[in-house]
Design a protein around this ligand. Structure first.
Ligand SMILES: NC(=O)c1ccc[n+]([C@@H]2O[C@H](COP(=O)([O-])OP(=O)(O)OC[C@H]3O[C@@H](n4cnc5c(N)ncnc54)[C@H](O)[C@@H]3O)[C@@H](O)[C@H]2O)c1
Length: 299
């Protein structure tokens, strides 16, 4: 008996990569799955794969960052599969470039697909659960590119850090309604990482294939299940066989001025105490150097 027997879940961007693995795993765990995609062929292939294996899946073609499509995908779950228990916001795109060269279109496209692509389906799903008085599970897809900060991804990182904040805030708003909202920062070999890292995430020659995209799915299935009802507003790193728990932004040190407003010139001498106390480098840092599981070192 699977962890999601009798449940119904939506996965946006489920036609390939991490979303495909999530949809197949949710179905294997007993859930009926709505495959949300802009790419009809890719989405239909996943529906066919799930149904051939004896599972239940339907395709909804639409851009999850459009309100009509987001409402349509929630309606499809209810009308065609009978209910909705979990929403996995996974769809995403990249338009990498340093900020100085980034066009308004590159900025807007990434912010829209990721941030509005989380807002719109989550808004529709949460209002459905609240109207029905039912619990629900939302899994958001953030990224270490946002919470640690990756060079050349100011649009994507801003969206992904925003998604981590979104999950944490909507979790607070939804807790008393029995709706949990968590975020994952996945890492896997997909079309998306191929475009950013080339062939550095090689297929393991033998044994466990650490960077296989399907490795993200088991923890997402757990977060979609009743067994995770006590976990909300958290950000997890998920890759290979590793699941990490991220600590939220936390104040690390403070300076005060004896109950008086500061004069800007005071900081010339005083601000150093913040860095001395914490060991934090005041210069711009490569946050990705703090990754525990780095794509470049594992091959
Ligand atoms: N692959 C990684 O290592 C990695 C790391 C961090 C975060 N992520 C995030 O994981 C998610 C999945 O990434 P992936 O690597 O599997 O990418 P991918 O490019 O392989 O797959 C993304 C899928 O989303 C679909 N899609 C794009 N925009 C859509 C929209 N507006 N509506 C519906 N579907 C849409 C695409 O057609 C595609 O099938 C993304 O949110 C990505 O930012 C991935």
């Amino acid at each position: 008996m699977g962890l999601l027997e009798g449940k119904v879940a939506i996965v946006t961007g489920a036609g390939r990569g991490i979303g495909r693995g999530e949809a197949i795993e949710l179905a294997a765990q007993g859930a009926g799955v709505v495959i949300g995609e802009v790419d009809t062929d890719a989405g239909q292939a996943v529906v066919d794969e799930i149904t051939a294996a004896g599972g239940a899946a339907v395709l909804y073609v639409g851009d999850c960052s459009e309100i009509d499509a987001a409402e349509g995908i929630v309606r499809t779950a209810i009308d065609e599969l009978g209910r909705l228990d979990a929403l996995v916001n996974n769809a995403g795109i990249l338009r990498d470039r340093t900020l100085a060269k980034m066009t308004p279109d590159e900025w807007d496209a990434v912010i829209k697909v990721h941030l509005r692509g989380h807002y719109a389906p989550t808004h529709a799903a949460i209002n459905h659960w609240r109207e029905e008085g039912k619990p629900g599970r939302v899994v958001c897809t953030a990224s270490t590119s946002g919470i640690l900060g990756n060079f050349g991804q100011s649009n994507y990182g801003a969206a992904k850090a925003g998604i981590a904040a979104f999950a944490q805030i909507v979790a607070q708003e939804s807790w008393k309604h029995g709706i949990t909202v968590n975020a994952i920062c996945p890492a896997a070999r997909t079309r998306m990482t191929q475009s950013a890292y080339g062939d550095r995430l090689e297929v393991a020659a033998e044994g466990f294939d650490f960077w296989h995209p399907d490795n993200v799915a088991p923890f997402v299935a757990f977060l979609c299940s009743d067994a995770s009802a006590h976990i909300s507003g958290k950000v997890f790193g998920v890759q290979g066989d590793a699941v990490e728990l991220y600590r939220p932004f936390t104040s690390a040190a403070a300076i005060e001025n004896g109950g008086q407003a500061w004069d800007p010139a005071d900081f010339v001498d005083k601000v150093g105490a913040l860095f001395a106390e914490t060991g934090i480098d005041p210069a711009a840092e490569n946050g990705m150097a703090r990754l525990r599981y780095t794509m470049t070192e594992r091959g």
